[in-house]
Design a protein around this ligand. Structure first.
Ligand code: GUN
Length: 294
């Protein structure tokens, strides 16, 4: 059984980007810029956004967290996005989700210029992804695919069972893996809460991508021998022995399922670090396209 080291793969991606940005800095050229718009004070969103900024800074990218009170109106937030759409110093824009209830998330995402949509959430990018065209692909699903590639795991003709149908992970990862191209070409099943017997599907899987947000849901008796496990879950569970009073676990019971798996991602240290690395990669790509660099 091999534990997939997402930290290492993510670090390699960041190092590759850093060496490209170092050259720009040495030549006194413009560098890629990413702005993260954060509304409200959700602690998890604050942690994610600050982490994104920190990683940008480490690479020498230009970055900014633009904070707004939870009471900001939809109209004001649309103006903020429009300002960044027209700001040549920012090649990537992300609006951290979720947004407060009075703001229509779809409307905000639709207002981001598709050429700066480094989250890959804009319908234009989602549509292009689904028909296999060049576009910004969302970070977490891209990270999943990169991990599979980094460990030379065959996907062609393999049965991938995705658990979860979110727009951020489940649907796009299924859309990417079904494409007729290297690193994909899989037979894909999407399972979700309406499945009467999830085990019926997961038992048939060569590869399971767990992304439904239920702590340690996937158990040993739900998988076949030699299965590849990619665990996208990050769930807090109470743990009085931990300093913070909780610990982070995935959607897969790691100890239990690793007995049967050929490859498995840990949580933390698996898919998580890949998400930011792929976001940075998308930001660099946006920079290249907007600035006509290669
Ligand atoms: N909320 C949870 N994940 C994400 C993400 O990848 N991007 C944004 N913008 N918000 C999120």
């Amino acid at each position: 059984m091999t534990i997939i080291d997402g930290k290492k793969v993510a670090q390699n991606i960041r190092e590759e980007l850093k060496s490209k940005i170092d050259v720009l800095v040495e030549n006194n050229e413009k560098v890629p810029g990413l702005v993260a718009v954060l509304v409200g004070n959700d602690p998890a969103s604050q942690v994610y956004v600050n982490m994104k900024k920190k990683k940008c800074d480490e690479l020498g990218m230009h970055s900014k967290v633009d904070l707004y009170d939870a009471s900001i109106s939809e109209e004001e937030l649309l103006k903020v996005v429009d300002k960044y759409n027209n700001d040549p110093n920012f090649h990537g824009i992300l609006v951290q989700l979720p947004l407060p209830d009075h703001i229509d998330e779809d409307k905000i995402i639709d207002s981001i210029s598709p050429s700066k949509d480094v989250d890959g959430f804009h319908p234009v990018n989602v549509g292009k992804m689904l028909i296999g065209k060049e576009a910004f692909y969302p970070a977490t699903p891209s990270g999943v695919i990169e991990l599979i590639k980094a460990y030379d795991i065959e996907t062609k003709g393999k049965h991938v069972v995705v658990i979860g149908r979110s727009n951020i992970v489940g649907k796009p990862v299924a859309g990417m893996l079904v494409q007729k191209q290297a690193g994909a070409n899989a037979i894909v099943t999407i399972c979700h809460s309406a499945a009467q017997d999830i085990t019926y599907y997961t038992k048939q899987a060569d590869i399971i991508i767990a992304a439904m947000g239920r702590a340690e849901f996937v158990k040993e008796d739900m998988v076949k021998d030699g299965v590849v496990i990619i665990d996208v879950g990050t769930n807090r569970v109470d743990d009085s022995s931990a300093k913070k009073g909780y610990r982070i676990v995935g959607d897969v019971d790691f100890e239990n399922v690793s007995n049967k798996a050929s490859f498995i991602t840990p949580v933390p240290g698996g898919v998580g670090p890949m998400t930011i690395a792929m976001l940075l990669k998308n930001t660099y790509k946006a920079f290249q396209l907007i600035e006509n660099k290669n």
